[in-house]
Design a protein around this ligand. Structure first.
Ligand code: SF4
Length: 404
């Protein structure tokens, strides 16, 4: 039930309070907003036309609409985070002074909890996070609010030329005991705010490649710790388990294996196809092939699990652009996707991709200009929407927007 109350505060105006089981949102004149979890940690804010989202690791993403079709996105520096926290705390101090003489005194415990989180204490949360998780390099956009469980760490392949996401760690599958301990640490760290999260994401890059008996054991533990489909005390429900899978791993599973995953709550598997063009796929050193990917997707879907297909716009540069687009649309078309599947078009990020850049230089291609890249995204999206009328949602995947 939504309960919004308000208070007139001299110098501040009308201040609104939306108290929910898992978050408190405060709004000044319905123009400046900030929200906090039940422990009092900042979740999001909207101040002077700028959105801020704080991650569990105390990173803060800044997003600002610059014109009708553009947004700027960047992570705040440590100094900027400190200034933001100080600004919001000063606002909450003023609000608390007035709330204590009002009829809203039931809000005081939450407001005092917020004031307990100054910048140094939030920095300690960063250290705590690092003790529980390896860096969470990326998630699919619809899973940014999942509870991430690192059943495995890293990528079992780690050799695609355009990807450096997991180069900082060796691939490792957790033992059942390690995984159980990890889950207990995650629950303790997120606390009651876990009620804001409605899905479970099994990390890292391809946890599903682990041997099936171990995978089933870790999924059983996940089910015991987070009952799926059962309404929790605050009203939210875990809808299921989600994970990435590269094609290399997909080739090793049978339909029966996928059915067992489905029976244990796996709802969607995200497959990084990147391109449907065999020449470019090989050049990128992706494991498997586009055709193997199509076959794996058919098998996954026949087992009753949805898929999320990820394409990479801009990859292959100008020389391979035409074949990348044509073969990617053809490949995704061959997957026979349905309305519960998803298609993401992600944008190639060149910074830090020396191996890929040298490779493209060697074949004599050049990076797409910004306008060519926008055009390629548009052609991919239009082409896929034309194939799948009323079918899977086709969306842009802004990896620079990712924060956990
Ligand atoms: S399989 Fe995926 S995570 Fe691993 S290196 Fe390739 S793109 Fe990166």
């Amino acid at each position: 039930m939504q309960v919004v109350r308000h208070l007139s505060i001299p110098g501040m105006g009308e201040v609104y309070f939306n108290k929910q089981p898992y978050h408190l949102t405060i709004s000044e004149n319905l123009q400046q907003h900030y929200s906090f979890d039940p422990a009092g940690r900042l979740l999001t804010s909207y101040l002077n036309g700028v959105n801020y989202r704080r991650g569990l690791n105390n990173a803060v993403l800044r997003r600002e609409q610059i014109d009708t079709d553009g947004k700027t996105r960047r992570m705040l520096s440590a100094d900027e985070i400190e200034a933001l926290i100080a600004d919001i705390r000063a606002r909450v101090v003023s609000i608390t002074e007035h709330v204590q003489y009002s009829e809203l005194t039931d809000l005081l415990p939450w407001l005092h909890a917020i004031l307990d989180w100054d910048y140094p204490r939030l920095c300690q949360e960063h250290e705590r996070f690092r003790g529980i998780y390896k860096p969470i390099s990326i998630l699919p956009p619809d899973q940014y609010q999942a509870v991430v469980l690192q059943a495995a760490e890293g990528c079992s392949w780690n050799r695609c030329t355009f990807c450096t996401l997991y180069r900082d760690r060796a691939f490792r599958v957790k033992s059942p005991d390690d995984f159980q301990l990890h889950i207990h640490q995650v629950k303790d760290f997120i606390g009651e705010a876990i009620g804001l999260r409605k899905s479970l994401f099994l990390g890292d890059a391809n946890a599903l490649i682990m041997p099936q008996p171990r995978l089933l054991e870790l999924l059983r533990i996940t089910n015991e710790e987070f009952p799926i489909g059962i309404r929790r005390a605050g009203g939210s429900t875990f809808q299921g388990i989600y994970s990435f899978l590269d094609i290399f791993g997909a080739e090793r599973k049978t339909q029966h294996d996928y059915q067992a995953l489905q029976a244990l709550g796996v709802k969607r598997i995200y497959v990084g196809l990147e391109t449907g063009d065999q020449e470019l796929f090989t050049l990128l050193n992706k494991p498997g092939s586009p055709q193997a990917c199509v076959e794996a997707v058919h098998m996954i879907k026949q087992a009753g699990i949805a898929v999320g297909i990820i394409l990479l716009a801009g990859v292959g540069g100008a020389t391979l652009a035409t074949q990348h687009v044509a073969h990617s649309i053809a490949c995704v078309t061959a997957m026979d996707l349905a309305a519960d599947d998803l298609i993401y078009v992600s944008l190639l990020v060149l910074s830090g991709m020396e191996a890929y850049t040298q490779q493209m230089h060697a074949i004599g291609t050049r990076a797409l200009t910004q306008s060519e890249l926008s055009q390629q995204v548009s052609i991919l999206k239009k082409g896929l929407r034309a194939v799948y009328v009323g079918g899977p949602k086709v969306s842009l995947y802004h990896i620079e927007e990712f924060i956990y």
